[in-house]
Structures are given as structure tokens and as C-alpha cells.
Design a protein around this ligand. Structure first.
Ligand SMILES: NC(=O)c1ccc[n+]([C@@H]2O[C@H](COP(=O)([O-])OP(=O)(O)OC[C@H]3O[C@@H](n4cnc5c(N)ncnc54)[C@H](O)[C@@H]3O)[C@@H](O)[C@H]2O)c1
Ligand SMILES: [Zn+2]
Length: 352
């Protein structure tokens, strides 16, 4: 059962995702303040974290609130169990609606909780970080970590609706904005030269979080991920493109403990250089992408001991035999996935 949740007076763009695990509608330009009318009264529960509640709680619709801890450490099976217990305590039945308001941690965990509670109740997201708006709430992946293994347990299930409000980003620390920008740049680099141009020409307004400009960047970005996911929800082929900058980025993240987006920024710069070395991308395009990444205050150099990085790459869970599915660029806006032998990567690493 799908409901039309478009209720806002604000200009909204609607993006539909048709995944195997369900349909999802994303409303970009929505406002948190307009949600109540769109949700079932008496049967909706909010899941959030204390930092988000502190920053935005006065704009929450008046439904009961279930709080989880803040940050990656809260994304566990223990937290999940406390959420189920709160749902039971609140008397949530099959006709209830779970609304996650928060970053990727809240959305991933609340989505998992909703999709499994009573074998699945309705749910939606109001993502409050830039990363969650352009990445975590699009694509139907939900889950938690276990024993230090990220996103080890979970399921595919599409939120019925996602409301992206550009004004909620105002309270985000600049570093969190940078992490979201890295994913937007990624979407442009793999699929949309226009998005790259927009990022270049509207940089000042974007960094000042102008709501109109942010809604435009989020919309273009979501469209790209939505299109890829619709064609390949379970990552057998095309969805791999979304890993641009991530193969090396994950290695940097593991070795240096850098925030995800900053590690991905380094990974994209390296992948662009590697694309030149391997002859798929003109030098000028690589330079342009690296300049763009840097202009958003993100790092572009290699960081971490080479041996440790290569070791981490070798343990990449997306490795196939002695090769790594590496995402290269053919131009700005066009990606190609190539299996590259680890030995070649290692050699190029040392050269770069
Ligand atoms: N499901 C997917 O496809 C997918 C994709 C990418 C990432 N993820 C997951 O997303 C998570 C990372 O997401 P994240 O970066 O949003 O992290 P997060 O949810 O931990 O949010 C980052 C911090 O910002 C705070 N915060 C959130 N909104 C705020 C606001 N408006 N104002 C002030 N503070 C605010 C949070 O309390 C938290 O401290 C990871 O667990 C990752 O695995 C999932
Ligand atoms: Zn990422």
C-alpha cells in the first residue's frame, strides 16, 4: 500500500525507486515541519538519536520518540533489541509506521527494526545528514554492525517514503557536510557531468548550505543512485560503480581511522590518477576532479603506510580472487569497472 505523502507548500521534487525489495518515493525539498499531515496519526513512532533530537526536536511531529545512542557504536544488535522492546511497550501493531529522523546510523538501524518487527511494518526516513540524504536513505540497504564488522547483518527493504529537508543541514558540523559532499562528487564523477559543473559553479552557495542549491545537488545525486539501484539493487554489476573511490577509501579508513567521506575523497583522487595511468581518462579530467574535491575542503593525497594500505586492499570483501573490482573513469560522468590484479595496484601505488 503506497500513500501519496506530498503535502508540503514548498517546491518538492519527487523521485521514485523501483527496487526488487519494494518501491520508495523520495521527496527532495520537503520540510520536517510538514510531516504530521502525511503520517498516520496515533500509529506513528519516531526513532532518532539525542544529538538530532537536541538540534531538531522542536520541529519533530508530535509522535512518541524512541532514542538510540549516537554514532556508529550504537548500530548494534543490542540497540536493535531495545528498540523492539520500546515498540512492544508502545503497543505498536502491524498498522504502525516507523519514522527515522537522523543520520545514516539511525536510518540503517530503524529501517532494519521496522522491516523485521512483526515481520515488517511500514517505515520512512527523514535523513538529517547530507550523507544520509544522498546515500544512506537511497537504495534499500538496512542493517547493523557486529563485533567490529560493519553492516554485517541486515536486509534489503525500501522505505516507503524519504523526506529530504535541506534546512535540517544547518546544524551539521562542517566535517559532516564535507563527507556528504564527497558522495555527491562521486555521483557526478560516475554518471553526471552536469552535476560536476553545478558543484563547480555553485560552490560558495553550496558550502553556505543555501537550501535551494542544496536541494538541487541532493536531487541530482539521489537520481543517480536511484537509477543505478533500480537496475541493480543487489550489486551484481552496475551498482559496483557506486564504489568509485571506495576500494581505496575503505583501506584508508581502516588504516588511518579517517572519516568515511574524507577517505573516499582520497580514494577518488587516487582512482582518477590511476585511470590516467591505465589510459582510460585524460589528464585534464583527472586534474579537474581533483581540484573540485580540494575546493570542497576535502583531502586528495594518499595517506597511510603503503604496506598497510595494500594489506587492507587485499582483505577487501569485494575482492575476486587476486583481482579487485576497481572503478575507473572514462570521462567526468562516465565510470567503468575493471578487475585489476592486486599486483598491478600495488605497483601503481608505489609510483603514485
Ligand atoms: N544504507 C546505505 O546504503 C548506507 C550508505 C552509506 C552509509 N550508510 C551508513 O550510514 C552511517 C553514516 O551515516 P552518517 O554520516 O549520517 O552518520 P551518523 O548517523 O552517525 O550522523 C553523524 C553525526 O551527526 C549527528 N547529526 C545528524 N543529523 C544532524 C543534524 N541535522 N544536526 C546536527 N547533528 C546531526 C548525529 O547525531 C551523529 O553524531 C554508517 O553507519 C554507514 O554504514 C549506509
Ligand atoms: Zn561512501
Amino acid at each position: 500500500m503506497m500513500t501519496n505523502f506530498q503535502t508540503s507548500q514548498h517546491p518538492m521534487k519527487t523521485i521514485d525507486i523501483d527496487g526488487r525489495s519494494g518501491r520508495s518515493t523520495i521527496y527532495v525539498g520537503a520540510r520536517l515541519d510538514d510531516l504530521p499531515a502525511a503520517l498516520p496519526p496515533d500509529r506513528t513512532v519516531i526513532v532518532t538519536d539525542p544529538v538530532v533530537r537536541q538540534a531538531l526536536g522542536d520541529r519533530f511531529p508530535s509522535f512518541p520518540v524512541v532514542e538510540i545512542g549516537t554514532g556508529e557504536a550504537a548500530k548494534t544488535l543490542d540497540t536493535l533489541a531495545t528498540v523492539y522492546r520500546r515498540f512492544i511497550g508502545l503497543g505498536l501493531g502491524r498498522d504502525s509506521f516507523v519514522l527515522a529522523i537522523g543520520g545514516g546510523v539511525v536510518c540503517d538501524l530503524a529501517g532494519f527494526a521496522a522491516a523485521t518487527y512483526l515481520r515488517g511494518v511500514r517505515f520512512g526516513f527523514a535523513p538529517t545528514t547530507l550523507l544520509a540524504q544522498v546515500d544512506a536513505s537511497v537504495g534499500g540497504k538496512n542493517g547493523v554492525n557486529i563485533d567490529g564488522y560493519k553492516n554485517m547483518v541486515g536486509l534489503f527493504a525500501q522505505p516507503e517514503a524519504v523526506w529530504c529537508d535541506p534546512t535540517v543541514l544547518a546544524s551539521l558540523p562542517p566535517r559532516e557536510i564535507g563527507c556528504g559532499m564527497a558522495e555527491i562528487i562521486k555521483h557526478g564523477a560516475i554518471a553526471d557531468l552536469k552535476l560536476i559543473e553545478r558543484l563547480e559553479s555553485r560552490r560558495e552557495a553550496a558550502l553556505a548550505l543555501d537550501p535551494g542549491v542544496m536541494a538541487d545537488l541532493v536531487e541530482r545525486s539521489v537520481r543517480i543512485k536511484a537509477a543505478v539501484v533500480a537496475r541493480d539493487e543487489r550489486e551484481s554489476g552496475e551498482r559496483r560503480q557506486l564504489n568509485f573511490g571506495h576500494t581505496f577509501g575503505h583501506a584508508v579508513e581502516k588504516v588511518t581511522g579517517a572519516p568515511h567521506g574524507e577517505a573516499v575523497a582520497r580514494g577518488m583522487a587516487l582512482a582518477a590518477r590511476l585511470s590516467c595511468e591505465l589510459g582510460t581518462l585524460p589528464e585534464a579530467d583527472a586534474g579537474r576532479l581533483i581540484d573540485l574535491i580540494a575546493s570542497y575542503g576535502l583531502p586528495t593525497g594518499i595517506d597511510g603506510a603503503p604496506e598497510a594500505l595494500i594489506d587492507a586492499l587485499a582483505k577487501d570483501k569485494k575482492r575476486a580472487g587476486d583481482r579487485v573490482h576497481f572503478v575507473l573513469l572514462e570521462s567526468l560522468g562516465r565510470a567503468v569497472v575493471q578487475p585489476i590484479p592486486l599486483a598491478v595496484l600495488e605497483k601503481e601505488f608505489h609510483r603514485l
